[in-house]
Write a protein that binds this ligand. Structure first.
Ligand code: UGA
Length: 461
């Protein structure tokens, strides 16, 4: 068993620390945020992640897991220190490495025995070489410190499972000593290990994420064409999925990818290419398609209705995907902002995202419209003129077509997640617009505008 310290208790750091403790290692999680550390000591997870809190409580009680703000205490006798601090995106698309640099210096100045620094944060190719040099410049002479890359492949919402049952562990090292130590740390997980050099490990992370982002944008592009030529993107995806070279995952067309990873990592790789005078056309295309995709439904609805002024608009789902309270790059942000500019009175629902969303859009009047948060999706639908389905949470998916027809004043639904069957919505009398599918649209004849009288909706489609 090893003495492990983890710097940063965000998604990457905390989940890694807890899972190392679960595998029997002695773990100290370090964070600068005193309040967060106190909270974790009482057994409360600072992030919403299935199964995490239980493992935190279990391993803390077993004495294998500690939380501290005292980095000196955590680092001085560690066999390995994993860095999981953020690398936010700068204005120009470059990664901000200042948090990593701060931690690297703290480590260098405090370790008292030979130690392996393992970078889990997603960093541009070549960063680990720089950290290695940086650490060597600051460390004491009598200790051996090396840097290894160990990118993280967990997805939010399934982070614990993705770590304990990872499809592969990628390790990037420059010496046998570093490789052996990292292999030994991961031995209790009994998972396949891919051992490469540091730069390749760094690139595997970007290439994997950007490939998946590209796959989604490709399907979104195909979906848009499907609408124009009368094909159905879900049928197309199903037909494609039987080819094992394509696979069935990440073929869902929708309202564009969000989150803290794909948007940031596509821009970062594009930036890296530009810095090397190379035009990474494929990744650039993924970024461009995604930007347009996020407001595709809004634009459709806007053309249909002319204005949202005075309309009650139900927005169901705010987080970038189900299973997380994270709003980073969520399509809801762009859409709500546009709806408010056009004077919509929004009634928004999300099972866990309201707290975070209301920090960006406080309840009440904003811009030309207003926003009200509700604790039940049906309350948002009651008397509404338009509904946007933006995140496929279970209880949002469960709303039956007939309920849209019954509850809404005018049952006009824009679905960014292709949740419903076209026929079922048609039968229920809902005017239903989704992504890449051609519904036979039985149109709602009038959309009542309470403030400006009654407006006939456009009839051609
Ligand atoms: C992603 C990767 O899936 C992880 O492997 C990776 O480790 C992680 O980034 C990271 O770099 O830390 P995550 O951002 O949590 O994980 O979420 P995903 O489940 O990949 O979804 C990303 C976005 O793509 C979501 O907005 C989702 O709605 C969208 N998506 C996903 C689609 O639009 N269609 C699909 O078929 C799949």
């Amino acid at each position: 068993m090893f003495k492990i310290a983890v710097a940063g208790t965000g998604y990457v750091g905390l989940v890694a620390g807890v899972c190392f403790a679960e595998m029997g290692h002695q773990v100290k999680c370090v964070d600068v945020d005193e309040e967060k550390v106190q909270m974790m000591k009482t057994g409360v997870s600072p992030i919403y992640e299935e199964g995490l809190q239980e493992l935190m409580v279990k391993n803390y009680a077993a004495g294998r897991l500690e939380y501290t703000t005292d980095y000196q205490y955590a680092y001085q006798d560690a066999d390995a220190i994993f860095i999981g601090v953020g690398t936010p995106e700068k204005e120009d698309g470059a990664a901000d490495l200042s948090y990593i640099a701060t931690v690297a210096r703290q480590i260098a100045e405090n370790v008292e025995k030979d130690c392996l620094i393992v970078v889990k944060s997603t960093v541009p190719v070549g960063t680990n070489d720089k950290i290695d040099q940086f650490v060597k410049d600051f460390k004491a002479e009598n200790v051996h410190i090396e840097v290894a890359s160990n990118p993280e492949f967990l997805a939010q919402g399934s982070a614990v499972r993705n770590t304990l049952e990872a499809e592969r562990i990628v390790i990037g090292t420059e010496s046998k000593w570093a490789e052996d130590r990292l292999r030994a740390i991961y031995a209790p997980f009994h998972l396949p290990i891919v051992s490469v050099n540091r730069r390749s490990a760094e690139m595997i992370k970007y290439a994997s994420n950007d490939f998946l982002a590209l796959k989604i944008s490709y399907m979104n592009d195909i979906a848009n064409l499907c609408e124009l030529v009368g094909a159905d993107v879900q049928d197309v995806a199903q037909g494609m999925s039987f080819d094992e070279r394509i696979g069935s995952k990440f073929l869902n067309a929708g309202i564009g990818f969000g989150g803290s990873c794909f948007p940031k990592d596509t821009k970062a790789l594009n930036y890296l290419a530009e810095q090397n005078n190379y035009e990474l056309k494929t990744v650039r295309a993924a970024i461009d398609v995604n930007k347009d995709q996020k407001t595709k439904l809004f634009n459709k609805a806007s053309n249909r209705l002319i204005t949202f002024s005075g309309l009650k608009v139900a927005v169901l789902g705010l987080t970038f995907k189900p299973g997380t309270d994270d709003l980073r790059e969520a399509p809801s942000l762009a859409n709500v902002s546009l709806l408010l500019e056009q004077g919509a009175d929004i009634y928004a629902y999300d099972p866990v995202g309201i707290d975070n969303f209301s920090k960006v859009f406080p309840e009440g009047r904003i811009s030309k419209g207003s926003i009200t948060y509700v604790g039940d999706p049906k309350e948002a639908l009651e008397g509404s003129n338009v509904c946007f389905l933006l995140t496929e949470w279970g209880n949002i998916k469960e709303i039956m077509p007939i309920e849209f027809a019954r509850l809404m004043s005018t049952p006009l639904v824009y679905d960014g997640r292709n949740i419903h069957e076209l026929e079922a919505m048609e039968e229920a009398g809902v005017e239903y617009h989704s992504i890449g599918r051609n519904a036979v649209i039985r149109k709602v004849q009038k959309v009542t505008q309470e403030k400006q009288g009654s407006v006939e909706v456009a009839t051609s489609y």
